[in-house]
Design a protein around this ligand. Structure first.
Ligand SMILES: Cc1cc2nc3c(=O)[nH]c(=O)nc-3n(C[C@H](O)[C@H](O)[C@H](O)COP(=O)(O)OP(=O)(O)OC[C@H]3O[C@@H](n4cnc5c(N)ncnc54)[C@H](O)[C@@H]3O)c2cc1C
Length: 940
């Protein structure tokens, strides 16, 4: 019993050879160029990530192919560091299959140096600005990955006149202007600026720009260079139509100006020809428009028979589409979803066409007619007015996730977001652009039904983003000409293999939006660029004769193919399809009950949308969520086990309840990663936005030799061996990011936990606590056992200390290590109010784990506020103050040093309660206690 008391208290855990160097082509002679310099060097202690098996004869690189790191010509680590002080090995910061080196460029000179280095040394180069590319063109398993998301700066212009020298670059704080009526305002900005950051920055000038629905997408990146649709593109045109000037680093490392008077051919190509192809855009100037008043029309309509909605459902869906050309004339643009048994709309009207009354007048007859089709239920609607673009965007689309929730009958695929410029992997989709005649076609109902992906989370995502200015644009850009007949961009998506061939049959002469299309789209050149392809190909050859920039699908992609893990100048053989790439990283896609949307990032606003969603800092390592649908690292089995059910009354709490004998994922195995979650019966996530709190859980191992590394009380066995813990942030603990370690489970070992759950809603709720494990058999070659050191500001005490206000730091006395080993990974846990935890090794800080609040809507309390649980030994909490963001992410330090027997490890926790308010205690007297814990995995 004593051991249990200590457990419950001590573990209380709240929560070039240059490629065909001339290729028979001449180098371009850009009409404007800037100087370039290579940054100074730093200390050389770097070794590259082992690359893919290169050739039958390692050390030799075949002619016409990019180098691999095993080739004799591959630059030595010193050479990399001499060129780029900030370069890091690809496996230091990211998942597997990344480039050998990754460089975050914070200035244009570094971009120039990187391009020159790659070109001179025959190194594969990939460029990433947000990482959102669905086709994975931002990543490769070899070479140099260049992250340009650090290129920032914004300068607002009353007007823009193109010149050979280009627009003045931004410097200092963002300026504010008074837009001049009748004059086209503009904004010059660094290419690392996200859609949302750019628009937030110019809001003070009462302006906005055309950008993606998703706040993290880079306006000047692959988005605007390949077309780019927006919530307002019907009104103002495509993203490519907005561009007035680009500053571009070309394949020879020169910085050139591309606008209507300087390099006009490159300017034309960059407005539709695609990202990663002609050069690296480092700065852009685009049109800016007066911030609009906006009315958002949300609606939802179910088919009565969810399992078999019948013909009436598809007829209703076709009817809806037939109305789009009509209502687009009335200023309606936006997004809609056709699920297998329900439809959802998020449409907007702006300025003189805004207003709830006008919106209702448009939608009421259409929705009533939809309900009249056989087997359809009446629609639910909500109309909301916003006084500015920023207000609209923050509430409905803000921060890269779809606003807030509405329960629908099918889960949707959610794109893991917020990793700055980390490539997010490949997501399957197939799409078609549809014109008026296709939307009004008698064949549409059948085509929609046939196009519906028959896979998990299969759905059609509709974008009424054409029409209007997309049709009438007079801009001479390289976008697929079929855009100028397009009203709707319709995507099929889901988890698995599918095609929207029925839409290709319905609209054989249109094509598809290359950024949101299938890599296996046949007739790729015609479908993605149409009659512009030939001119684009010539411009590509002129500016990049040696293929320094290569993406697939992309212009002239078929001049190269991947052979034995290398990019080689060997034409691909199948003219119908773009050559396959070698990005091996699948996209993170997980079921999502209601909040978060892969794109266009729109969800109905049910009033819960209170906070913009912050992005993770660019240098923040967030261990990716575990995905039971795919093998884990090194082929690990991923097993998700549901523990429960746990039923809680309204405003109820389960406090530190033990489960002593839990189902284990494996025997005689190494657990290499673990993640906790709280779910409802149907597998959807239960979180703060619905009043559900995974307040804490601590997992431990019980077995013959199982004993906690830190608090073993002299080896008297009072404390089982702690192996994992989670608060509501639900972080992943992984032991094998770099080295091969896991928590060993023997054949007779058992696992148990204590858990503490809260229901702060006013309804009873049933939860399941899930643990997802990655594991490998203990016979797996190279793997060894690791242990977890629990560092706690109360050392082996009760973890919780009384609340304090303000800015302060709390430190542990420290633990003298009893092992020699490698510090594999660590992440911190604090309560709301906490900013970070830091681990100190013999007095030196070696790992700081920052906390991020409310990054996704699930972590933001609903407007009705929370209710304090009034049971349990911690006195209950008022966690859910209205709209309050709670901790959603804890940073992970990876492979951060060695520890020796006798070394002192201390943990400190830094709080700033002015910035992040504490949670109030339920009785209104004081605040919840404070914690500071770090879970440190040590490989011995
Ligand atoms: C959640 C989500 C929402 C989306 N919403 C929309 C939407 O509303 N409208 C829309 O049209 N599309 C949307 N997209 C698709 C988006 O346009 C593409 O993913 C696009 O490739 C993103 O460009 P990026 O630069 O932000 O991404 P990245 O993945 O960083 O880059 C995409 C491609 O462009 C290249 N590239 C990036 N920056 C530069 C640069 N500065 N110079 C040269 N090449 C560069 C990269 O090498 C890569 O080939 C969405 C995608 C996601 C994942």
């Amino acid at each position: 019993m004593k051991s249990l008391v200590i457990l419950a208290a001590g573990l209380h855990f709240a929560t070039g050879i240059p490629l065909d160097t001339t290729g028979g082509h001449e180098h371009p002679t850009p009409s404007s160029s800037f100087s370039f310099s290579i940054p100074p060097s730093l200390s050389p202690t770097l070794s590259p990530t082992p690359g893919p098996s290169p050739t039958p004869n390692p050390g030799e690189s075949p002619a016409g192919c990019r180098l691999l790191n095993t080739d004799a010509e591959w630059p030595a680590p010193d050479a990399w560091l001499a060129a780029f002080p900030g370069v890091v090995p690809g496996n230091d910061t990211e998942a597997a299959n990344r480039p050998d080196y990754i460089l975050a460029a914070m200035d244009v000179e570094t971009v120039q140096a990187a391009v020159k280095f790659a070109a001179d040394n025959n190194i594969r180069l990939t460029v990433v600005s947000s990482g959102h590319d669905f086709l994975g063109r931002n990543d490769a398993p070899s070479g140099l990955g260049l992250d340009i998301s650090g290129l920032t700066g914004v300068k607002v212009l009353e007007s823009f006149t193109p010149s050979e020298s280009g627009a003045e670059s931004p410097s200092g704080d963002v300026n504010v202007i008074e837009p001049v009526p009748g004059q086209q305002a503009a904004v010059t900005f660094g290419a690392g600026m996200s859609t949302q950051a750019l628009n937030d920055a110019i809001d003070s000038s009462k302006l906005f720009t055309i950008g993606a629905a998703h706040g993290s997408v880079r306006t000047a990146g692959g988005y605007g260079q390949a077309g780019g649709h927006s919530p307002f593109s019907s009104k103002y045109g495509l993203g490519s139509d907005q561009v007035l000037e680009y500053k571009v680093v070309t394949a020879d490392g020169e910085l050139v100006v591309a606008n209507s008077v300087s390099n006009p051919d490159l300017f034309w190509a960059l407005r539709g020809g695609g990202g990663g192809t002609f050069g690296i855009v480092v700065e852009a100037t685009v049109k800016a428009f007066p911030t609009p008043s906006v009315t958002v029309s949300n609606w939802w309509i179910n088919a009565t028979n969810a399992d078999n909605p019948g013909q009436g459902y598809w007829d209703a869906a076709a009817y809806l589409h037939s109305q789009f050309p009509v209502i687009n004339e009335q200023g309606v643009q936006g997004y809609y979803y056709v699920y297998p048994n329900a439809m959802k709309g998020i449409f907007l009207t702006a300025d003189e066409q805004a207003g709830q009354e006008a919106a209702q007048a448009i939608w009421t007859p259409i929705l009533e007619k939809l309900a009249e089709f056989d087997g359809m239920e009446p629609a639910e609607t909500k109309y909301t007015d916003f006084s500015s673009y920023k207000e609209f965007y923050t509430a409905i689309l803000g921060g890269g996730h779809g606003g807030c929730g509405h329960q629908h009958k099918r889960a949707i695929a959610k794109r893991h977001d917020g990793h700055g410029a980390t490539p997010m992997g490949i997501i399957p989709m197939d799409s078609r652009l549809l014109g008026k005649e296709h939307l009004e076609s008698q064949d549409l109902a059948q085509a929609l039904q046939d196009a519906m992906p028959q896979v998990e989370q299969g759905q059609l995502r509709g974008h009424l983003i054409g029409g209007g200015a997309v049709l009438s644009s007079t801009e001479d850009t390289a976008v697929l000409p079929a855009w100028r007949q397009t009203y709707v961009h319709l995507i099929g998506t889901g988890v698995g293999d599918f095609k929207v061939d029925s839409l290709r049959k319905l609209a054989p002469d249109t094509g598809a939006y290359v950024n949101e299309a299938s890599h296996e789209n046949p007739n790729w050149k015609t479908d993605f660029w149409g009659s512009n392809y030939e001119r684009l190909s010539e411009i590509k050859t002129k500016y990049d004769p040696n293929g320094v920039f290569w993406v697939t699908p992309g212009i002239n992609a078929d001049e190269y193919s991947i052979i034995d893990g290398r990019l080689c100048n060997t034409a691909s053989t199948d003219p119908d399809f773009a050559p396959p790439g070698d990005n091996k990283n699948p996209g993170t896609s997980s079921p999502d009950n209601e909040t978060g949307s892969p794109f266009p990032g729109t969800e109905p606003d049910d009033g819960n949308c209170t906070s913009p969603t912050p992005e993770l800092p660019a240098d923040f390592y967030d261990e990716p969520d575990l995905d039971p649908s795919k093998p884990g690292k090194d082929g690990a089995t991923v097993t998700k086990i549901k523990y429960g059910p746990y039923t809680l009354e309204a405003m109820d709490m389960i406090s530190n309840r033990p489960d002593l004998n839990m189902e284990t994922p494996c025997k005689d195995c190494y657990i290499t990663a673990i993640q906790a979650n709280l779910e409802y019966e149907d597998g959807t996530t239960a979180n703060v936005n619905t009043g559900a709190w995974l307040h804490h859980m601590v997992l431990y191992k019980n077995g013959r030799d199982a004993e906690d590394l830190v608090c073993n009380f002299g080896g008297i066995g009072l404390m089982p061996q702690r192996i994992y813990a989670s608060g509501n942030e639900r972080s992943v603990s992984r032991l094998n990011q770099v080295l091969q370690y896991g928590i060993e489970l023997g054949s007779s070992d058992r696992i148990g936990m204590i858990y503490d759950l809260m229901n702060e809603s006013d309804q009873p709720a049933t939860y399941y606590l899930t643990l997802t494990y990655e594991w490998l058999p203990s016979s797996t070659s190279g793997y060894k056992a690791a242990e977890m050191a629990w560092l706690d500001i109360t050392d082996c005490g009760v973890s919780a200390v009384p609340a304090q206000q303000g800015q302060f730091e709390l430190r542990s006395d420290g633990w003298k290590s009893t092992v020699n080993g490698r510090l594999l990974s660590a992440s911190g846990h604090v309560h709301n109010g906490g900013v970070n935890t830091t681990i100190w090794l013999n007095g030196e800080p070696i790992c700081t784990s920052r906390q991020v609040y409310g990054r996704t809507p699930e972590f933001i309390a609903p407007p009705h506020g929370g209710h304090g649980g009034d049971e349990g030994d911690d006195g209950g909490h008022e966690h859910g103050a209205e709209g309050k963001p709670s901790i959603s992410d804890a940073e992970t330090c990876v492979d951060f040093g060695d520890v020796k027997v006798g070394d002192e490890l201390v943990v400190s926790a830094y709080y700033d309660t002015d910035k992040y308010p504490l949670d109030e205690a339920h009785d209104g007297e004081g605040f919840e206690s404070i914690m500071g814990i770090s879970r440190v995995y040590i490989g011995t």
